[in-house]
Design a protein. Structure first.
Length: 580
């Protein structure tokens, strides 16, 4: 795959004026840097070697000029360092915002395949390395190329043969640097893989810390961590060994160049082809073309890291959401709530078995329907097709007679409220979490929604009431309290269609009664689908749909299904026996 150079360069466009000013400043600073050895040469060769009676005034003038040049250099360096980094930071911010926005658009199937820690790394580490390339890449390449070319031209005019001798070292120096940078790049890549493995291990262990402690398995987690930590240590040791070899060899070559300049320069002085002032100038300029070679070869690592970061950025940006609005998608104005599965087949991926085949089901407006059946038969999957979290493989999914694929997604999902078993609450206050159901709601509406959800009393018992912090994922609340907040959120959303996905299966009896009462109140007048684990909670359902691996096997009320003594009766009696 070719590198998208136009896309890469396009992120400079909003800051092109500032970026060009940084490069111009870099050019000025680099030019000023080249002047200092020439001034030293002029003092030692012309001023001090001439009439010393007038030398003092000239030295003062040159000293003053040097101070002015130092001021220009420092101001320029300050501007380049400050504004250059600002350009990089702004571009990084743009990239991160664009990537995060794109991630928000990607479909559920994308998140089924990618771990959160990996995506976080792309949003943070990769873009940080990329911003360093955006800022330092052009600036440093320009700075060091100007110094290298400028030093060569100046030295060539001072003494061409000695300049050519010195520059004969540069191809060898550059080749050596590039060779070792390949080795170091591999080492750095290996380090990143190792630290990524540590991050994944830490994320996994800390996310499940309550499970770890409940099973007293801290040592097991420590052992797993030590394996990854030791692998990272071994990788770092190999990297440091390669770095030590590289930098010491590089330093040796630099010393050889300096010795060459001194020996050949001294020979030229003896042969009256060079004077001492020129030799001093040569030695001063030697660092001016050695440093660029050293930096430019080392910058290949920065370049590679930045390019890799951009490629990983584009990997995500090039992904198209599998679920998208059609060009002629309609916006729902009034939703009655009729749901129809019309010979629907679905599979998660092309090469896996289908979850169901040719399933047909109609749910009437305002009807209270329960879905039951063994785990894995597709109850949650079936409900996920309604808001288009996934698209059907075959058949049609209809809402009020309209194919959901023809409905604008935001309009569709605003019409559906979902209460799940695994409640997700955001870090923040109770008020902020309930308001998530309707960001424009007034405080009075939020309190009313909480009362409808049987949550007001326990909220008022919290230290700061509605403004109490609930912690990450609501860790400061019980399961029943979290569930009632999620119900209050749906009350505030006020959708015509409700989906309850095993909303009470993990609660104790007291919490279940509170939540059940809230759910039944919320369901009044709305099309409601309940995925039930505890069959005792759906006795009042107008219709119970029994699913198996073969699709729908039974449907009817609780009483009629018990009389039939079929699959539902078997599930119910088995659950009743377990409870007894």
């Amino acid at each position: 795959m070719s590198f998208p150079i136009k896309k890469f360069l396009s992120y400079y466009r909003p800051y092109l004026g500032l970026f060009v000013s940084v490069l111009v400043c870099t050019l000025i600073v680099s030019g000023v840097t080249l002047v200092f050895p020439l001034l030293v040469r002029y003092i030692t060769k012309d001023v001090l070697a001439g009439d010393l009676s007038n030398a003092l005034n000239e030295v003062y003038w040159i000293g003053g000029l040097m101070l002015v040049l130092v001021a220009i250099q420092n101001i320029g360096n300050y501007f380049v360092d400050y504004k250059g980094h600002e350009v990089g930071a702004r571009m990084e911010s743009d990239l991160r915002r664009e990537l995060f926005d794109h991630m928000q658009q990607l479909s559920f199937c994308f998140y089924d395949k990618h771990r959160t820690g990996q995506l976080m790394s792309r949003l943070t580490n990769d873009l940080l390395l990329l911003s360093e390339l955006y800022h330092h890449g052009p600036e440093d390449y320009l700075k060091y190329l100007v110094r290298l070319i400028g030093a060569f031209i100046i030295l060539f005019f001072i003494n061409a043969p000695l300049t050519i001798v010195v520059f004969c070292f540069l191809p060898f120096l550059g080749g050596f640097g590039l060779y070792f940078n390949k080795i170091l790049n591999k080492a750095y890549t290996r380090n990143k893989e190792r630290i990524a493995a540590i991050n994944e291990q830490v994320e996994d262990s800390l996310s499940g810390i309550r499970v770890v402690k409940s099973f007293a398995n801290e040592q097991i987690e420590m052992d797993k961590f030590n394996i990854e930590n030791n692998r990272f240590l071994d990788s770092r040791k190999k990297t440091y060994k390669a770095e030590a070899y590289f930098y010491n060899c590089f330093e040796t070559i630099i010393q050889l160049i300096t010795i060459t300049v001194i020996i050949f320069g001294s020979v030229n002085i003896v042969g009256d082809k060079l004077d001492l002032a020129d030799l001093i100038t040569f030695i001063l300029y030697t660092s001016y073309f050695i440093e660029p070679i050293q930096k430019l070869t080392h910058m290949s690592t920065q370049f590679q890291e930045g390019i890799t970061g951009f490629q990983r950025f584009m990997e995500i940006m090039n992904l198209k959401p599998t679920i998208q609005n059609r060009s002629n998608a309609i916006t729902l104005s009034e939703v009655k709530g009729e749901i129809e599965f019309k010979e629907v087949s679905f599979r998660y991926e092309e090469h896996v078995d289908p979850v169901f085949i040719n399933l047909s089901l109609t749910i009437h407006p305002g009807e209270y329907v329960a879905l039951v059946g063994p785990s894995g038969v597709g109850k949650t999957t079936l409900c996920s097709l309604i808001p288009r979290f996934y698209d059907v493989t075959d058949g049609e999914m209809l809402l009020d007679g309209i194919n959901v694929c023809d409905i604008e997604m935001q309009s569709l999902r605003k019409a559906i409220g979902i209460v799940q078993q695994d409640v997700y609450l955001f870090a923040g206050t109770v008020m902020e979490n309930i308001r998530y159901g309707n960001p424009s709601a007034r405080d009075e509406e939020i309190i009313e929604a909480a009362k409808y959800a049987n949550a007001h009393d326990f909220i008022m018992s919290l230290p700061n009431g509605y403004y109490s912090e609930i912690g990450q994922r609501g860790v400061k609340l019980s399961g029943g309290q979290k569930q009632r907040l999620s119900i209050a959120r749906v009350f505030l959303k006020n959708p015509p269609i409700l989906i309850f996905d095993e909303a009470t299966s993990s609660l104790d009896n007291e919490s279940e009664n509170y939540v059940k009462e809230s759910l039944e109140f919320l369901a009044k007048g709305r099309t409601t689908i309940v995925i039930a684990h505890r069959l005792s909670t759906i006795r009042n359902a107008q219709r119970i749909i029994v699913l198996s691996d073969n699709g729908i096997v039974e449907e009817g009320t609780h009483d009629t299904l018990l009389v039939r003594n079929g699959s539902y009766a078997h599930l119910y009696s088995k659950q009743f026996e377990l409870q007894v």
